[in-house]
Design a protein around this ligand. Structure first.
Ligand code: SF4
Length: 226
């Protein structure tokens, strides 16, 4: 499997924020978010082919039973079905972090879906070369509804208060459980997260959606392997 990295850290985002977890990060993505915080898996993908046995051995040698398969976009990895089955058979609580544009037959305990909003479209980056493709595939309601057949969370990255209209529209269209919807401020430095977190918290109070911090940024900064 083509991986950018494997590491042991604290889950920083979502309903399981704070849980020590092994992270398996696949490399390669079918989207090009303008603010992507892992460009080494999307804009400039890099990694190494790693045997599944090595991945499972790494995941199971830490004290936590939680493993997060993330990316990039892990659902486009050809080995996703086999890897998730092996991790689950090894007793791991498995979270898959996906943008929700591709369905694959993957085992998991929590499908962490982060549908990408209009704020992610790279209109100016790389001369707008990726904008049309990204815009065409970033929202796939049929795929999202299938993924939501798993235990799920919907985690939206917000970068401006106006994003709320689009989020509400998507949540209504998907008939999502509002208690499973999280709003997470976009940003990779604490000052930006503090500023955006302040108004994001108010949006959560207004709507009943959960507020999602980015604990790993507070703990470690925006560094690979954390
Ligand atoms: S879906 Fe995730 S990995 Fe892919 S470009 Fe967007 S933020 Fe980056």
């Amino acid at each position: 499997m083509y991986l950018a990295e494997m590491f042991y850290s604290i889950q920083g985002e979502g309903m399981l924020a704070g849980v020590p977890s092994v992270f398996i990060r696949t490399s390669g993505c079918n989207l090009r978010c303008t603010w992507c915080d892992t460009p080494y898996t999307s804009w400039n993908p890099e990694g190494t082919e790693t045997p599944l046995a090595e991945i499972v051995a790494f995941a199971t040698r830490h004290p936590s039973r939680h493993t997060v398969v993330t990316g990039g976009e892990p659902m486009i990895a050809p080995e996703i079905t086999e890897l998730t089955r092996q991790l689950q058979a090894a007793g791991q609580h498995l979270t898959i972090e996906t943008a929700g544009t591709v369905w694959a037959d993957a085992a998991c305990s929590l499908m962490s879906i982060s549908p990408k909003l209009a704020n992610s479209t790279p209109s100016e980056r790389d001369g707008g070369r990726w904008a049309a493709m990204h815009e065409r595939i970033r929202f796939q309601p049929g795929v999202l509804m299938r993924l939501m057949e798993h235990p799920y969370q919907l985690k939206f990255v917000v970068s401006r208060p106006e994003d709320l209209d689009e989020i509400t529209s998507i949540v209504d269209q998907l008939h999502a459980d509002r208690g499973r919807v999280l709003l997470m401020p976009e940003g990779t430095d604490q000052a930006t997260l503090n500023e955006r977190g302040a108004w994001t918290a108010e949006l959560c109070k207004k709507t009943g959606f959960r507020f999602a911090p980015r604990i790993h940024v507070a703990l470690y900064g925006n560094r690979r392997g954390t």
